[in-house]
Design a protein around this ligand. Sequence first.
Ligand SMILES: C[S@@+](CC[C@H](N)C(=O)[O-])C[C@H]1O[C@@H](n2cnc3c(N)ncnc32)[C@H](O)[C@@H]1O
Length: 177
Amino acid sequence: MLAKLQLQREDHILDASAGTGILAKEISDTFGPFDRLVLNDPAEKMLQKAKTRLAETSNVEFTNCFCEELDFKPNSFDKILCLNSFHYYIGQEKVLNLFHLFLKPGGTLYLLDWNRKGWFTIVSSLIGLLSPENINTRSADEMSKMLTKSGFSVKEKEEWSFRWWKFYFMKCMKASE
Ligand SMILES: C[S@@+](CC[C@H](N)C(=O)[O-])C[C@H]1O[C@@H](n2cnc3c(N)ncnc32)[C@H](O)[C@@H]1O
């Protein structure tokens, strides 16, 4: 994800499922500080760690909710980041529509997640059976269709394997007005 991001200091950025803030800290140290960086995560304890990690970083805000319940003004962000989290969302289509709404025209969604494809379909189903959390892994092709339906155009798409895991990365744009 880090290798793919193109960020500027004047960006307003939402990390939609920031976890303990590892990505947010890395991008702040590498490309920031930004004009606005919002870290969201529904897990309070993870967000607490993120607050500690980014205590010295300027212009940082924290929100503590499910993506399905995010409440920002339309056209609030230049970039939205979604790393290794999309498969947890129950309302996936709603979240994509919200991401599209919250992005400014010409804004970018960076999405990296598990790719339900080939033998990983079986692995992913097993994880879904054993996990207490919602696991709804999508294939890269399914994701492309969902993104297009929500109004995005997919500008970059990459798929790869790591051991018995499969991943995809997508860079998606909201049309400029
Ligand atoms: C595997 S962690 C990834 C965290 C972070 N993006 C990273 O890569 O370090 C998945 C995160 O998704 C969050 N999550 C689960 N369901 C969510 C939802 N509906 N909306 C937003 N975040 C959610 C979890 O709380 C968790 O922090």
